[in-house]
Design a protein around this ligand. Structure first.
Ligand code: NAD
Length: 292
């Protein structure tokens, strides 16, 4: 079994990005600037957005964190988005999800200028992705592709089973694994909460990408020998033995599944750190006007 070490690979990527930023600095050019909007005080969201800002500092980007109260109206948020769309100093920005119930998430995502949409959630960018065009790929699926590529995990002609069809992970992942090229060229089955006989489907998979958010959901008896296992799940479970009082667990019963798998991502230290690294990569692309 080979561990797909997202912690290490994400550090490599951050070093590569930092070197690019240093070149820009040396030439007296503007460095990439990422802004993030967070609405409300959700603990997990504040942690995620904090890690994103910290990662910007680490690679030499500029960053701006905009905190808005949980009572913010959709109109107020759309106004802030328009300001960022117009601000030539900001290369890319994200709106941290989830948003409070009074705000329509789809309206918000559609208001972001596609050329600054470094999360890749705007329908224009999502459509381009599905059409094999150059665009911003949502950071988590992008990170998974990067891991597969850097470990040279073969995907051509393989059967990939994706569990979960969210717009930010499962759905784009299913599209990307079936696209032409590497990583891609696989035959994809997208499964979800209405899928029947999931065990039968996963046990035929060469590659399983699990993104549902249920701890220890994927068991050893659900996979075949030497399958590649990508665990996207992040669930906080109480753990009084830790300083924070909780620990992070994935969707995969790592202890038993890892004995059967050929490659596997750990949680933490797998897909999570890759997500942040690829957000930085998208911001660098936005700065370089790489997206046409
Ligand atoms: P979500 O919560 O929006 O959707 C879950 C999906 O799982 C749905 O499509 C649902 O149909 C499917 N599902 C639920 N129960 C199922 C079952 N019994 N069998 C088959 N499918 C089932 O998903 P999300 O936002 O993609 O998040 C999924 C997990 O990934 C969460 O734990 C989240 O925290 C994590 N996540 C991690 C990263 C990362 O960077 N590692 C990024 C995003 C999300």
């Amino acid at each position: 079994m080979q561990l797909l070490d997202g912690k290490k690979v994400s550090e490599d990527i951050k070093n590569e990005i930092a070197a690019e930023v240093q070149k820009m600095r040396d030439k007296g050019e503007k460095v990439p600037h990422l802004a993030a909007i967070i609405v409300g005080n959700d603990g997990a969201s504040l942690t995620y957005v904090g890690s994103k800002v910290k990662a910007c500092e680490r690679v030499g980007f500029e960053s701006t964190l905009i905190k808005m109260p949980s009572t913010t109206s959709e109109k107020e948020l759309l106004k802030k988005i328009e300001e960022l769309n117009q601000d030539t100093n900001i290369d890319g920005f994200i709106v941290q999800l989830p948003l409070p119930p009074q705000i329509d998430t789809q309206e918000v995502l559609m208001a972001i200028d596609p050329s600054k949409d470094v999360d890749g959630f705007h329908p224009e960018n999502f459509g381009k992705m599905a059409l094999d065009m150059s665009t911003f790929i949502p950071a988590t699926p992008f990170g998974i592709l990067e891991l597969l590529e850097r470990y040279n995990v073969q995907t051509q002609g393989k059967h990939t089973v994706v569990i979960g069809r969210s717009h930010i992970v499962g759905r784009p992942m299913s599209i990307l694994m079936g696209r032409k090229g590497f990583p891609g060229n696989s035959t994809v089955t997208l499964t979800h909460s209405h899928t029947k006989n999931l065990n039968q489907i996963t046990s035929q998979a060469d590659i399983v990408i699990s993104a549902l958010g249920v701890p220890n959901f994927l068991k050893a008896e659900m996979i075949k020998d030497d399958a590649v296992i990508i665990d996207v799940g992040i669930t906080r479970v109480e753990d009084p033995t830790t300083e924070k009082g909780y620990k992070i667990v994935g969707d995969v019963d790592f202890e038993n599944v890892s004995k059967k798998a050929s490659y596997i991502t750990p949680v933490p230290g797998g897909v999570g750190p890759m997500t942040i690294a690829m957000l930085l990569k998208n911001t660098l692309l936005a700065r370089e006007n790489g997206i046409k």
